[in-house]
Design a binder for this molecule. Structure first.
Ligand SMILES: [Zn+2]
Length: 232
């Protein structure tokens, strides 16, 4: 199954290789990525507990600018945003996250380069983190084993977008959303969508990705995200 050997990238940016060095000083972006990941992890820990499932466990590695790190899914680098099932690790390039945060990639992603959405702001980065964690949830639930050979990549991608939306719903319930956060996530989902439907790596169109995120956000129910696998 492709998912076992290939990193599940966010889509949009090419994935290169890098690895975090524990000896590096922690940067603001590393702290931000860690904070968001822990928030998302807390949400899924509660959600799994409510469903009688064991606590989800995942590793994460933030790739410092100018460095590379190895994953069992291959080399990941300056534009990495991926979950690797083989080593159960979320990899995000600090440089990539900073470029999203600052808007430097605003109009350069597949969707946004064609006029769909845009990527800027803290919640655009949070969307990416929550999407990658969504792949970890799929891994925990055994969905790659169950559906990996039956549905296209885009089905898993849209479900991960939907899972990112259910986390954002919980953040809203907990009064953790700021003005503009929802729009930042929707714009980012539109921006990373692509129209390359003939490509096996197709992640969903901008509108499909934004709709998937909204499905999770409006329902707050991970079960609502099952439709993206069954509809494929
Ligand atoms: Zn993905």
């Amino acid at each position: 199954m492709a998912a076992a050997t290939a990193a599940l990238a966010l889509g949009g940016a090419a994935v290169h290789l890098a690895s975090a060095q524990a000896s590096e000083p922690v940067t603001d972006m590393q702290s931000f990525l860690t904070d968001v990941t822990q928030n998302v992890d807390s949400y899924w820990t509660t959600t799994f507990a409510d469903a009688g499932l064991p606590e989800p466990r995942v590793n994460y590695a933030w790739i410092p600018a100018g460095q590379t790190a190895s994953s069992q899914c291959g080399e990941l680098g300056a534009s990495a945003a991926a979950y690797c099932p083989a080593d159960d690790t979320i990899y995000i390039s600090e440089q990539f996250a900073t470029a999203i945060y600052d808007g430097a990639l605003d109009q350069q992603l597949p969707g946004s380069s064609q006029g769909y959405g845009g990527a800027v702001g803290d919640f655009a980065v949070a969307y990416i983190v929550a999407h990658e964690y969504g792949h970890q949830v799929q891994h925990e639930l055994g969905l790659y084993d169950q559906y990996g050979t039956q549905v296209p990549t885009s089905a898993f991608e849209l479900q991960a977008d939907c899972y990112a939306g259910t986390w954002a719903h919980s953040a809203g319930v907990n009064n953790q959303l700021e003005e503009g956060d929802v729009q930042e996530a929707i714009d980012a989902a539109l921006a990373v969508g692509d129209f390359d439907a003939s490509n096996p790596g197709h992640h969903g169109t901008p509108e499909q990705r934004a709709t998937a995120w909204n499905t999770g956000f409006e329902s707050g129910d991970p079960a609502a995200c099952n439709q993206f696998l069954s509809a494929a």
